[in-house]
Design a protein around this ligand. Structure first.
Ligand code: SAH
Length: 255
């Protein structure tokens, strides 16, 4: 059964992550606004607006606000990739955010470090129901679909071996984390941090301010270390794009 979502806003950061989803839309209609294409249509029965935010917190925040104000979405899901900062979270695993933090926010000493000024909080919780549905969809995807949807050669190349689905804290910043020092600093600042990316916590803040339920799901593409830039684009094309497609299809109630 598909969850009761009157109008879903589905944001991705990279083109490859969104390919396939738009192809699966019934009667897609595109509206260009502020340098982005908002594609509306039915995705496996759910009224959905797909959009590429592009990369970074400002891009993601502007996109989320436009989805809400102009396209009237009632829920937002962000699908994308992230770097792992937790040794228990490997490439090919999935992380669903319980909460998000802007790890580069620092207005101290005026406000506590990481707190978003005037909101009085650093952590933004995702919507419990939507995240539960995503967790279930992701679990079914890794159990039943991943071997069919990702080629064996790519599963071997990226050592995808029984991917796991985790839930926890995701950190976002305008920074591609790719070295042991920065990774270590982040782990020290947030011992419970599972993954880092560049958009989720910005969407979280906008959704909090508008009172719109949201969830963030990320496929781990790298270990936020020296090798992070390596096979990044190949991973996005061959693996992460299949994950986004497969999990959203499960979320919408197929299979
Ligand atoms: N090489 C890409 C740029 C990718 S930027 C290009 O040329 O288009 C990284 C994207 O993946 C961002 O959208 C971010 O959310 C996510 N991401 C993956 N690994 C990350 C990491 N280690 N640190 C920060 N963001 C990461």
């Amino acid at each position: 059964m598909a969850p009761p979502i009157p109008r879903l806003g589905l944001i991705s950061a990279l083109h490859q992550e969104q390919a396939g989803l738009i192809d699966s839309m019934a009667q897609p209609q595109t509206v260009n606004r502020a340098m982005r294409d908002y594609v509306s249509g039915h995705l496996w029965g759910i009224d959905t607006v797909c959009v590429l935010s592009r990369i970074g917190k400002t891009a993601a925040a502007a996109t989320a606000a436009t989805l809400i104000e102009r396209f009237g979405v009632t829920h937002i899901v962000f699908t994308g990739v992230a770097g792992s900062v937790d040794p228990g979270v490997g490439v090919g695993d999935i992380v669903i955010a319980d909460a998000l933090v802007q790890h580069d926010m620092n207005a101290s000493p005026l406000f506590p470090r990481f707190e978003v000024p005037l909101l009085g909080q650093a952590l933004f919780s995702s919507d419990r129901h939507l995240s539960d549905w995503l967790f279930e969809a992701a679990g079914r995807f890794v159990a039943e679909d991943v071997d069919k949807m990702v080629a064996e050669a790519d599963r071997e190349l990226f050592r995808l071996n029984r991917p796991q689905v985790h839930r926890g804290l995701i950190g976002s910043g305008d920074e591609f984390v790719h070295g042991p020092q920065r990774r270590g600093e982040l782990r020290q600042a947030f011992p419970q941090l599972l993954a880092v990316e560049m958009e989720g916590a910005a969407v979280a803040q906008v959704c909090f301010e508008f009172g719109v339920p949201f969830a963030v799901i990320r496929t781990i593409s790298d270990g936020a270390d020296e090798s992070a830039p390596g096979d990044f684009m190949r991973f996005i094309e061959r693996v992460a794009s299949r994950y986004s497609f497969g999990v959203v299809r499960r979320l919408c109630g197929l299979g």
